[in-house]
Design a binder for this molecule. Sequence first.
Ligand code: PLP
Length: 390
Amino acid sequence: MNPAQRLTGLTESVIREMTRLAEAHNALNLSQGFPDFDPPRQVLAAATEALKSGYNQYAITWGSPRLRAALADKYARWYGMAVDPETDVTITCGVTEAIIAALLGVVDPGDRVVILEPAHENYLPGVLFAGGEPLWVPLSPPDFALDETRLRAAFARRPTAIIVNTPHNPTGRVFTRRELALIADLCIEHDTIAITDEIYEHILYDGREHVPPATLPGMAERTITISGLSKTYAATGWRVGWVIAPPALSNAVRTVHDFLTICAPTPLQEAASVALALPDDYYAGLIRAYTARREKMMTILKETGFRAAPPEGAYYVMADFSAVRPEVAEQPPGDDVTFARWLTVEKKVAVVPGSSFYHDRALGRRLVRFAFPKRLETLEEAGRRLKGEE
Ligand code: PLP
């Protein structure tokens, strides 16, 4: 039996494959982006309490009223956005479901969707599931700036939607207001919907601020804003994300979500509302902790011969390995997959091959991605292994 044609060209996630290789070789897993520490204590306690207090059946399909109210407060307080918890909020099983539900909700077969590359590996499957056609726009190396000419060329093909991820995985870019304004202008000019992935909205460095694209003039009515619990509260296994959008777009997402998953886990939605009520110093502490991890990661990379710019946000570094193993980098086509496997098996530190974030794989052939949402001890251990001190 053959799988459906829409799956043609989709292979298993390379990141999850690297995680398995890491486990098989007892390597430290700096490939998949999950923390090796727990969510905040109060949030864990709220989850236990919710399980004991009867929150064990289906939630309302678009989400627990308490969590939707907490989100309306959050978006008003952080970003000055007016969000109606009844009509504009949908709770999903993580950002992953939110992105797919948004794409299935607004993209018809044959429609085009702009994806900036390198890109999170979920976007292409989402576009293909909807029967859409990806329009790839590479960010310009080495600083991964938005390429205006290429973006304009893609918009000239009248895309239905663009996926905007800021702070950006895997590059660590936080798109500037200017870059986002360019995207906004093009969306307005071409009547394009922005589907935003803002999952790293609270992980920012050097005083940077997060600008939700929906807050730019003319964008509120054409933006599907997506974020979630996974990264801000170290809860990637809880599978709680959300979609904020005006009623017409929310209804499209809700129709897909209803029949895809019914609802996100009920007790964890209750605990999520406690997470969202954490005081401001939680977020300041999050930035301090991630800044320390970023410094540690950058020091290790420098000491071991990788070339990389410090990320502006999120918790990844794209590092050029050509000076670490020139013999691998110089072998045409320069093999990041060979290098990532070697690092996992020989050095016992797992990373993701850069090409797996690109549709034009050659663009990532000298890059690997390090994820550093890890305790400092874990990163120090990774440093010792990379230096061959173990
Ligand atoms: N979007 C981006 C950019 C990510 O980096 C990740 C996880 O690494 C996800 C989405 C997945 O989010 P979730 O755990 O909420 O499904």
